[in-house]
Design a protein around this ligand. Structure first.
Ligand SMILES: *[C@@H]1O[C@H](CO)[C@@H](O)[C@H](O)[C@H]1NC(C)=O
Ligand SMILES: CC(=O)N[C@H]1CO[C@H](CO)[C@@H](O)[C@@H]1O
Ligand SMILES: CC(=O)N[C@H]1CO[C@H](CO)[C@@H](O)[C@@H]1O
Length: 414
């Protein structure tokens, strides 16, 4: 063996972390779910199922999951994921799953199956009782070093019948911050006492959390530096010292200079569920960006075409420098699938260097009383990837530009 290679082999032998492919110590990766029989799927961007499988199979200490609901079907791509989870639990890795109460009954089959596996604990967070919202977040934290967060529900359709965007972040302090948010809600699920949680939420953290003021440096495979921080909603169901989503998102929009690309399933400033009214923060930031000369490009799903959301979207589309399109995916070759064939991703790219990937739609309740989570990233490489994903959609065959004075019928969802 040439001396250089021998030296390299020796180095790898003493540096097992560096030797493991796909798992640098601090790494950021965008992950896409592609609905079958569509033009989507960015080359080089990994798909959700293999990423989840890899994260679960590598777990050796613990797995924490926040899930809106769990929905599986025989032979589905989610089944191997649930099997892998059960296999790690049987091997002695404690698995904690935190789920929403309002939708819990819809997960009965999967929950019954998971509950009989040793070392899997499921708790239910009564968000409806606590704040009037739901636990809508979808994320996984593995061994306090690896996080997955994004629009993908624990639903077989989210792996093969819905367009979804998520992110995998490998970083100890980032994962610790996510785990702190998870623990806060996990304790609340055991004892739903909001005043007590509020008192505990102001206690200083036992570590340096990753925040907007103190982001982490990550590697995304390119040469450019990349920083990231997580953000959470709602303020009443998270420690006070983590970053709140809404102000972080507003600041990102305010900082945009040229082009703002936004893809969300639904978007409205009209508070339609719960107390009626107007939610100005995000709306003002968007209109202000357009008025500054930023080209604002928004893609919503056709599920957003119901009223009064369609009228709201038309009010945005009426402005110069704002274009709103809705997407309508072709049906599955297998026939109609309820609650599928939709673009469910929630992300934004400001200019060519600023990225947000989240779990909530852009409506008041998702920031104010619903549990959601996201990652904000500064860096050219993830922006380039998300711009490619967005532009494929924006210039593709499934979108229609919303024009004022037109009426677009909402699709069948189920
Ligand atoms: C739209 O953006 C352009 C620059 O792209 C700017 O010159 C113009 O003032 C903006 N229009 C309005 C009405 O805000
Ligand atoms: C870490 C842990 O809790 N391990 C447990 C997993 O389940 C088996 C069987 O119930 C227990 O023996 C382990 O202690
Ligand atoms: C900013 C804001 O609208 N806050 C509201 C969020 O929701 C709670 C109820 O859960 C209200 O009390 C707040 O005023």
């Amino acid at each position: 063996m040439p001396r250089v290679l021998a030296g390299l082999a020796c180095m790898l032998a003493v540096a097992p972390v560096a030797a493991r492919p796909n798992l640098p110590p601090s790494h950021f990766q965008i992950v896409e779910s592609v609905p079958e029989a569509t033009i989507y799927g960015e080359p080089g961007v990994p798909r959700t199922q293999p990423v989840w499988l890899q994260m679960i199979r590598q777990a050796s200490q613990r797995i924490d999951i926040a899930a809106f609901y769990i929905s599986d079907q025989p032979g589905s791509p989610l089944k191997p994921v649930l099997d892998a989870l059960a296999a790690r639990a049987r091997a002695g890795v404690p698995v904690r799953i935190l789920m929403d109460q309002s939708f819990f009954k819809d997960s009965a089959d999967s929950v019954d199956w998971l509950r009989q596996v040793p070392n899997i604990t499921i708790r239910v967070l009564p968000v409806d009782t606590l704040t009037g919202g739901v636990l809508h977040a979808k994320y996984m934290v593995v061994d306090g070093r690896s996080v997955f967060v994004g629009s993908q529900n624990w639903d077989w359709r989210a792996l093969s019948q819905i367009h979804e965007i998520g992110a995998r972040i490998d970083n100890h302090r980032f994962a610790q911050t996510f785990d702190a948010a998870f623990d806060f809600d996990w304790q609340l699920a055991a004892k739903p006492d909001l005043p007590k949680a509020a008192r505990e939420g102001v206690e200083p953290p036992p570590f340096a959390p990753v925040t907007e003021q103190d982001p982490v440096l990550l590697d995304a495979g390119g040469n450019d530096p990349l920083t990231a921080f997580p953000a959470f909603s709602p303020p009443s169901l998270m420690p006070r010292w983590v970053t709140a989503e809404q102000p972080a998102l507003v600041r990102m929009i305010e900082a945009s200079r040229h082009v703002l690309r936004i893809q969300v399933m639904t978007l409205s400033a009209l508070r339609h569920y719960g107390p009626r009214g107007w939610w100005p923060e995000l709306d003002t930031a968007l209109r202000d960006a357009a008025a500054r000369g930023v080209q604002v490009r928004i893609i919503v799903a056709d599920w957003a075409l119901h009223e009064p959301m369609q009228s709201y979207l038309q009010s945005l589309a009426a402005l110069p420098n704002i274009t709103v399109k809705f997407s309508h995916l072709p049906p599955s070759p297998r026939g109609f699938i309820p609650y599928a064939r939709v673009e469910h991703a929630k992300y934004a790219v400001a200019d060519d260097d600023s990225v947000y990937i989240g779990t909530g739609n852009w409506e008041w309740s998702y920031f104010n009383n619903t549990v959601d989570a996201s990652v904000f990233v500064h860096g050219a490489a993830p922006a380039k990837t998300l711009i490619a994903i967005f532009d494929r959609d924006w210039n593709g065959p499934y979108v229609t530009t919303i024009k004022t004075g037109q009426h677009y019928p909402p699709p069948r969802t189920h």
